[in-house]
Design a protein around this ligand. Structure first.
Ligand code: FAD
Length: 344
């Protein structure tokens, strides 16, 4: 497939497009850009594609026609598809910042440890950098528990699907009030027969279906009054003490493990010389063509302010962004010469 030629006034080493991120959105964008003949460069800090899929330990739902047991199963399929295609490999690097020049952007890359640096120049950018789990930094002590394995750190976990079996029949805490926290509490009660303390800083934002399930599981799940904030934690040999403030009163709660699901936060490289418009939570605002407040930067997937984070929405936003980038780069604009050759 013929790559799109850049206008002659741009230097040959300026890349037409750099896609940052190798999750579902980054991958979908690369596939669509290729189909439009856009030679895109793919940069992500990972060796393999998948991004957030590696954190999905439960069955993937709401993916039409697909039935994956967990996120890594879909990531493996994406990898397989890349290997059988002519997509370029991921250029593994961390994007530190993006600097705007008159006709292009400087994209500063480094290795994870910051050991090497390199600068790419690109005419357009697609940000598909997703989100990261929020954390509470409850304790600095990260030594593994002698009793519990596989947790994210000593006595703290982000996934009941992955780690629930480790705390079978035990007393645990779930911190958070959204869908993920409620689902974790339900999994721990139903599958692992735990007693759960559900700790919420503010009114729950979980869907009604999950709230009703928690109500039905009241024998297993103690819902603490709102607001209950988790201020800190003291790890012991076989349990952790959570230091809580419940309705302005201090409380200590001993649990085998605390499952922390307090939501995610958007991540993207720093920008120099310009700012991207975001919503109050820091997600990037895009128009219906996935264009950000900077006309040559597009965004897709969990990073955008679109009120839905899922595999299909990430892929569909990426497809729209790819079309917009292809149009921006001239994939649909014939030159007079091309038109006269066509018309013979
Ligand atoms: C527990 C859990 C369960 C879920 N279950 C489902 C489900 O059942 N069905 C469903 O449809 N959706 C589900 N989702 C949501 C779905 O996984 C996400 O919506 C989707 O994977 C997001 O893809 P993304 O490409 O936007 O972002 P990500 O997958 O987060 O990808 C971001 C990419 O950007 C890279 N990156 C970030 N910053 C930089 C940087 N500075 N430099 C270089 N690279 C960078 C990352 O390394 C990564 O490659 C679930 C999510 C979670 C957490």
């Amino acid at each position: 497939m013929q790559p799109i030629n850049l206008p002659k006034d741009l230097h040959p080493h300026i890349l037409p497009c750099v896609v940052i991120g190798a999750g579902v959105a980054g991958h979908a964008a690369m596939v669509w850009l290729q189909s439009y003949g856009v030679e895109a460069t793919w940069v992500a800090q990972d060796l393999d594609p998948g991004g957030m899929l590696y954190r999905v330990h439960n069955k993937l739902v709401n993916v039409p026609g697909q039935n994956y047991a967990h996120g890594p199963a879909l990531a493996a399929k994406i990898q397989e598809q890349i290997q059988g295609s002519s997509l370029p490999p991921i250029h593994t690097a961390y994007v530190q910042h993006i600097e705007e020049k008159e006709q292009f952007f400087n994209i500063k890359l480094s290795s994870k440890e910051g050991k090497y640096t390199q600068t790419l120049q690109a005419r357009t950018i697609l940000l598909a950098t997703g989100t990261r789990y929020g954390n509470l930094q409850l304790t600095k002590k990260q030594t593994p528990s002698p009793h519990i394995t596989n947790m994210d750190s000593a006595y703290f976990s982000s996934s009941a699907s992955r780690d629930g079996a480790e705390v079978k029949h035990k007393t645990v805490a779930v911190i958070g009030g959204g869908d993920a926290a409620f689902e974790n509490a339900i999994t721990l009660a139903q599958k692992h027969n735990c007693h759960i303390h559900l700790l919420m800083r503010s009114k729950p934002k979980a869907r009604r279906k999950f709230v009703q399930q928690v109500i039905a599981l009241k024998d297993h799940i103690t819902v603490w009054p709102i607001p209950t904030t988790t201020e800190g934690a003291t790890p012991h040999e076989d349990h952790v003490t959570l230091h809580l403030t419940c309705k302005d009163e201090p409380h200590d709660l001993d649990v085998s493990c605390a499952f922390i699901r307090i939501g995610v936060r958007p991540v993207y490289p720093n920008t120099q010389g310009f700012e991207l418009e975001t919503n109050a939570s820091g997600y990037i605002c895009v128009d219906q063509h996935q264009r950000t407040s900077n006309p040559r930067i597009f965004a897709a997937g969990d990073i955008t302010a679109t009120p839905m984070q899922s595999i299909v929405t990430s892929a569909s936003e990426a497809a729209k962004a790819a079309l917009s980038i292809a149009q921006e780069l001239g994939a649909y604009t014939l030159t007079e010469d091309e038109l006269s050759t066509l018309l013979g």
